[in-house]
Design a protein around this ligand. Sequence first.
Ligand SMILES: [Zn+2]
Length: 256
Amino acid sequence: MYSIALDKEASVEASLSRQGAENRRFWDVRFIRDLNEWELEEGLHFLCTLGAMNPPLEEEDRLRWKLKPNGEFDTRSYYNKLRDSPPNAFPWKGIWRVKAPRRVSFFIWCVAWNKILTGDNLRLRKLVFVDWCIMCRQCGETVDHLLLHCVTAHRLWSLALRSFGVSWVVPSSFHDLLFGWWNWFGKLSSRIWNLVPLCIVWCIWKERNRRTFEDLDSSGDQFFASFSGTLFDWSRAWGLTSSDSLPSFICSLSLL
Ligand SMILES: [Zn+2]
């Protein structure tokens, strides 16, 4: 059919005409000659196909980006297509939808991408130093060790979870933890809970830097007090708690 089209470059808009009192549009496709008898069946099929595809909206012909429902191009959908990964493969809700200070969310975003300057990442930058974790003074410092599996970090996670009355199995990576953590208690009761990973990681990182650069160690109790105080401050700043003291705030967590 295309070979006998009158205008092979015709747009959709140019191939639609108006007719009747309601000004309805219909397809107006023209050929350079009448159809031969043996072409009638194919021509009928072509016109039926077109008739079933009458554009419902009147708008200008334009390019549509198929990867977005609204047809608008954006770099995120293109990037996800290039990576051939599902669009929700990154736990962004557990980072950017949490009522934490922005600088903390940005830091956690770097953690989730394994881009903070832990020992392994510093060595990738050709820095030479002793391969150890200053928190436990044993094995090498990686993101997942420092923030999850190190005995110091694990103790803090366990104490924090005990406050909520939750027991857990340590996930293999911080990335996985964020996926499983978000809205654990449901959408309405998880607003303080969602703050916990960011708060713990922020406290561990500050403690790690105090030990590294100021040669100052906090005891286990001081470390937990730093975490619970920070969580209380953030929760109060966003109006997530009605408690007026830290002890009553800690008690209220188990009631979530
Ligand atoms: Zn360690």
